[in-house]
Design a protein around this ligand. Sequence first.
Ligand SMILES: *Cc1c(COP(=O)(O)O)cnc(C)c1O
Length: 433
Amino acid sequence: MTTSEQLFEKAKTLIPGGVNSPVRAFRSVGGTPLFIKSAKGPYLYDEDGRQYIELINSWGPMILGHAFEPVEKAVRDAIQHSFSFGAPTRKEVEMAELITNMVPSIEQVRMVNSGTEATMAAIRVARGFTNRDKLIKFEGCYHGHGDSFLIAAGSGAMTMGIPDSPGVTKATAADTLTAPFNDLAAVETLLANNHNQVAAIILEPVVGNMGCVLPEPGFLEGVRTLCDQHGVVLIFDEVMTGFRLAKGGAQERFGIKPDLTTLGKIIGGGMPVGAYGGRADIMQLVAPAGPVYQAGTLSGNPIAMSAGLAMLHHLNEHPEVYTRLDAIGEKLTTGFKAGLQKAGLPYTINQLGSMFTLFMTERPVANFSDAKSCDVAAFGRYFHAMLERGVYLAPSQFESLFTSIALTDDLIDQVIQANEESLLVMMTGSPER
Ligand SMILES: *Cc1c(COP(=O)(O)O)cnc(C)c1O
């Protein structure tokens, strides 16, 4: 037994499924999750001392590579002044100023502790602002584990086959309307059938949580226009794309201005942080400025703010990070496509900047039902073949991969080589694990 296997056996007796977040359990790919001991730059090290090239990077935050020195130093410095005060700090003001500079649609911002908290608060504010109850989300988009969002949800919910979670009341579910991603006509129909009842439309402008799915030309613009026509608050959930696709997120890349934005992942530099913000007239409704209640004992935590500030400052001041990430994404995609061609597999790759997914399907993937056409058994074999070759992917077909700037050209070549070999192993049908 490996150390990971021993730890997992014990974990399963103490923690539901042995993990603190579902996708980590390797359920959809089979086998035992690796227990991670440490990481540095482009590498992850497990409890058995094996080294892996990182293509998840903590689901996004490690965009500058693991244990990036300026972030590490900021945390070390901050720790000397105690860890939490439950009172306002200078760093929170700096953080708010930096976020509003980097993401111009955000005029005011509130810090929270996770992406889930950010999206739950954002829809509450949108409901308070419009005095309406309903919400439109897209099938396969994931917005954290708030009750309202566990309807046709992506990410782990999709991977585990539970996109509609038990435990969500019928009343809550009834207020969440869903449309296929990239289907503007479906949104129009929902708005017409629920006249003056829809408070918000929430979406991932580039989806990461059913695998990487791009908005078709005109889709985001169309949603923006419909929101304006119907008095609906447009929420971009940029927990994944924020500070990743550009310093101002997907909204900068596509030139669309949402009313509210939710942030997470990169914003904490690896610490548990989220944020929501947007138009000042909407954010002024948040307590204590206004009547919509939202609070948090550890919100704006000084250690977390220090890590996040160091991360965001670096991204804000080094635009070459994004040029490099785009180049890495393109080089990987080109190499993966060549691998598919050699293996004679007509599979689909979606990519934008540092986000990409190899979908085990011949169909172009533009929405949830396209994504669901993938051969997940083949993905499981491929996943383990990659792991065997020292490449750590997301343990699910329905996730995007995330690169960091720590990925050198040599490492990219190694990953491309591993992909070629793994596709061949996958086709023989026998998992290596
Ligand atoms: C990860 C994610 C969330 C949830 O964030 P947590 O910090 O895991 O609660 C919400 N929305 C999107 C788009 C995400 O990718």
